[in-house]
Design a protein around this ligand. Structure first.
Ligand SMILES: NC(=O)c1ccc[n+]([C@@H]2O[C@H](COP(=O)([O-])OP(=O)(O)OC[C@H]3O[C@@H](n4cnc5c(N)ncnc54)[C@H](O)[C@@H]3O)[C@@H](O)[C@H]2O)c1
Length: 323
């Protein structure tokens, strides 16, 4: 697909971050866009920004939809076709996701499954719902956002990361398997898998809200206790902190730091994704950290979860998550 003008793109998780940046850049190129999200006010902001920047006649619509629920996704699809008065779409960005460091061994099962279901079922249900509409187009492309956690099931030795990593491995495997399926059965439709490293977005802040924990100042005593345990296991010196509000402030600071001090911005990430689509690349690594991780793991997969691996990673990147 060499240009996006006159096309229709569907973007899941368009409320903030890479989804919003994709919407902005696509409308600027003359593409109609439909976004969905579970956080209404963020979607409204995306629509406002896009409408202010969009060329005349470009249509952008917002749809409340939880991608982990198939009935929501099917309703989203029907609303998109109706509101855009089309019988096909050209681009599907399976971008919605939430992050969680919950443990499979002793973490709450509902948080584990919520993370897995958004990150995997969200991609699966949207692919099921929208694939016939991509096939019905002259030119289609499905872009599934995995992560470096789609090939490295860790953020560092002190954090657990099973639900997110399992889902992102599934997204990567599904996307790669689609390459041949599409070549055989719908060669005018392409697929890309996106594997971002650390991108500066509000994913930690949004995930806390979506998990029902609200903002960090609303974290209850039990949640603070489990955060204390995690911080201790990460080696943080928190013995002197008796006030839970200080822990809340620390968590808020980490989430803001993740957003504000990343090696790559959401805008830059979106631009690289769109260029990857135009260049028909099936494999889109985002950021130097992602490229270094990919190379180090291929060179010596057996050591990927050893402390020596972290030393090699840190020697080449500013990786500061989960160690
Ligand atoms: N930021 C990073 O460092 C990073 C790294 C690797 C992969 N990713 C992936 O990139 C994608 C985009 O994330 P981002 O970093 O832009 O974060 P983000 O929080 O800004 O964007 C994700 C969006 O998805 C929405 N969302 C969450 N659950 C949803 C659901 N059930 N239904 C519909 N929408 C839902 C959120 O409200 C949010 O607007 C995600 O899949 C994420 O896992 C991000």
């Amino acid at each position: 697909m060499k240009d996006f003008a006159g096309k229709l793109a569907v973007i899941t998780g368009g409320g903030t971050g890479m989804g919003r940046a994709l919407a902005q850049q696509l409308v600027a190129e003359g593409c109609d866009v439909a976004i969905c999200d579970v956080i209404e006010e963020n979607m409204e902001k995306t629509i406002e920004i896009c409408q202010a920047e969009a060329p005349q006649g470009i249509k952008i619509t917002a749809h409340q939809c939880d991608v982990s629920k198939e009935e929501d996704v099917n309703r989203f699809r029907d609303d998109v076709l109706k509101q855009h008065q089309r019988d096909h779409i050209n681009l599907l960005f399976n971008n919605a996701g939430i992050a969680s460091l919950t443990s499979f061994i002793n973490g709450p099962r509902d948080e584990w499954e919520r993370t897995f279901n958004v990150c995997w079922n969200g991609v699966y249900f949207c692919a099921r719902a929208f694939m016939p509409l991509l096939v019905a187009s002259d030119e289609g492309h499905i872009i599934n956002t995995s992560s470096v956690n789609g090939f490295w099931a860790s953020v560092g030795p002190s954090s657990t990361h099973t639900a997110y990593s399992a889902a992102k491995f599934a997204v990567k495997g599904f996307s790669e398997a689609l390459i041949n399926d599409l070549r055989i059965n719908a060669p005018h439709v392409k697929v890309s898998v996106v594997m971002p490293g650390h991108i500066g977005t509000s994913i930690i802040i949004n995930s806390s809200k979506i998990m029902g924990r609200g903002d960090v100042h609303e974290l209850d005593a039990e949640e603070i206790d489990s955060i204390r345990k995690r911080l201790e296991s990460e080696g943080a010196d928190i013995n002197d902190i008796s006030d839970d509000n200080e822990i809340r402030a620390m968590i808020q600071e980490r989430a803001e730091n993740f957003r504000d001090n990343a090696p790559m911005s959401a805008e830059n990430a979106a631009a690289q994704m769109l260029q990857g689509v135009k260049d028909e690349r099936w494999r889109i690594l985002l950021g130097k950290d992602a490229e270094v991780l990919d190379r180090l793991i291929r060179a010596d997969p057996e050591t990927a979860y050893d402390s020596s691996f972290m030393e090699r990673l840190k020697a080449e990147t500013e990786w500061g998550l989960g160690d």
